[in-house]
Every structure is written in structure tokens, then in C-alpha cells.
Design a protein around this ligand. Structure first.
Ligand code: C5P
Length: 244
């Protein structure tokens, strides 16, 4: 069983991220570099992490015409990160182009996943702003997951609440990466569809993306370990390994 936590390095610059990572001296947790940090520091920060053996999820959520996404993915593939993503809302052609971009540069090690609906998106936002009517968030997410699977992607970003349905429709090996995780009793911030680490394990989440609960903790390394333990205990109790 893999370590299920990906720490979201949501910092405004590399110095702040590096300072935070000193709490993890001697460990190289799986980390996520998102738009804020990547736009501030660029590929040099990815190189810095790679030299220190961190596993990296480069979360840039590409969403553009297929040709542009294909070319951008060729560049990201060259960075040899572990995980990259696109928005499923870009459609099948765009997702296939993304995958082909990675293949074109030999980035076979880099997994590609699709964002379904952001975990901050509620049923009201879906209906009143996106004009996706008569469809529940869950059905919309499962539909996007199927499109991602048909496009040859390795998995999706989704909320814990949808992970189980996605495993049912797309297979146990289709990755579910779930943000919106909050340990019991912690601040939910701007997330809408949240769950605890124990629920994440029970519902079939492969990786939990966790930002503020760890980055704003007084003892980041202890909080990280507590979250892993809570996930493991629930995973073993719920016997996910035998999920068919
Ligand atoms: O601080 P928090 O744990 O809410 O951080 C969650 C991280 O996951 C953020 O970096 C956010 O951009 C990302 N994310 C998300 N919902 C998605 C996709 C990514 O919250 N659907």
C-alpha cells in the first residue's frame, strides 16, 4: 500500500515552500506544486524537488484547444514528474492530445489524470452558473471520469463522495485523487465537498491531496503522520484491497 498523502505546497514562493519542507527533514513526502508556486518559480523549483527525491504532482489543470495542450504536455513530460492533470471539461480530443504529448516525449512514468468538478463546486453552482441542469454533481463527475477513462487517462481528481462510484464504473485500478480532506473538527475553508481521512480510505480514494490542514499546522510532520495513521486504520478495517 502506498503512502496516501500528497501535501499541497500552496505557497507564494519557493523560499516559503522550502522553509515548510524543513519540517520533513529526512523524509521526502509526495508533494503537489500548483499554479501559484509554479508560476512564481517555474521549472527550477521542480528540479530542486527532484534532486531531493520528492515525488511530484504538478497540478496545472490544463484546459485549452487540443494542439496547445499537446504541446504544453510535451514540455511538462520533460520535467519527469509523477503526476500531471487536465480538466475533463476540455473533452475527449483534448484529453487524448494531452496523453499523446506525454507519450511523444517518452514520459511513460508520468501519470495523467483529469479534474472532474472542483471540490469547491456545489450543486447550485452546477445548476445556476454552469447551466448543467437535471444532473447531480455525482453523476456529472462519474460521467467526466468515464470520458477520462475512454481517453486513456490514468485517473481523476474528484471528491471522496464520488470515489466509490468512480471505482465501480471505471475499475479499481483507475486512480482517484481526492482533495477536500479535513481531519475531524478542522476548518473547512472554501471547500464544499469535504471528508475525513477515514472516509477517504473507506470510499476508495487512492491519494488524498491535503493543503492547509498540514501547511498551517503548528506541527506539520505530526499532523501528516496522524492523517496517514487514520487513513491506514480505516483502509485495513474496510478491506479495500478486496474491493471488486
Ligand atoms: O488546503 P486544501 O486542503 O483545501 O487544499 C486542497 C488543494 O487541492 C489545493 O491545492 C487545491 O487547488 C487542490 N484542488 C482542489 N479541488 C480540486 C482539484 C484540486 O481543492 N478539484
Amino acid at each position: 500500500m502506498e503512502n496516501p498523502v500528497i501535501i499541497a505546497l500552496d505557497f507564494e514562493n519557493g523560499d516559503k515552500a522550502k522553509e515548510f519542507l524543513t519540517s520533513f527533514e529526512g523524509q521526502s513526502p509526495y508533494v503537489k506544486v500548483g499554479m501559484e508556486l509554479f508560476y512564481a518559480e517555474g521549472p527550477s523549483f521542480i528540479k530542486w524537488l527532484k534532486e531531493r527525491n520528492f515525488r511530484i504532482f504538478l497540478d496545472l489543470k490544463l484546459h485549452d484547444i487540443p494542439t496547445t495542450v499537446h504541446k504544453a504536455m510535451k514540455v511538462l513530460g520533460g520535467m519527469n514528474v509523477d503526476l500531471v492533470n487536465v480538466h475533463a471539461a476540455g473533452g475527449i480530443q483534448m484529453m487524448k492530445a494531452a496523453k499523446e504529448g506525454l507519450v511523444a516525449v517518452g514520459a511513460h512514468h508520468t501519470k495523467l489524470i483529469a479534474v472532474t468538478q472542483l471540490t469547491s463546486t456545489t450543486q447550485n453552482v452546477l445548476r445556476d452558473e454552469l447551466l448543467i441542469q437535471d444532473t447531480s454533481v455525482n453523476d456529472c463527475v462519474v460521467h467526466y471520469a468515464k470520458l477520462a477513462k475512454d481517453s486513456g487517462l490514468d485517473g481523476v481528481v474528484c471528491s471522496v463522495k464520488e470515489a466509490n462510484s468512480i471505482k465501480e464504473y471505471c475499475g479499481e485500478n483507475f486512480l482517484t485523487v481526492t482533495p477536500g480532506i479535513r481531519p475531524q473538527g478542522s476548518d473547512i475553508h472554501d471547500q464544499a465537498r469535504i471528508a475525513t481521512p477515514a472516509e477517504a480510505a473507506k470510499m476508495g480514494s487512492d491519494f488524498m491531496v491535503i493543503g492547509r490542514s498540514i501547511t498551517q499546522s503548528d506541527q506539520p510532520s505530526d499532523t501528516y503522520q496522524t492523517i496517514i495513521n487514520e487513513w491506514r486504520e480505516s483502509y485495513e478495517n474496510n478491506n479495500r484491497k478486496t474491493f471488486a
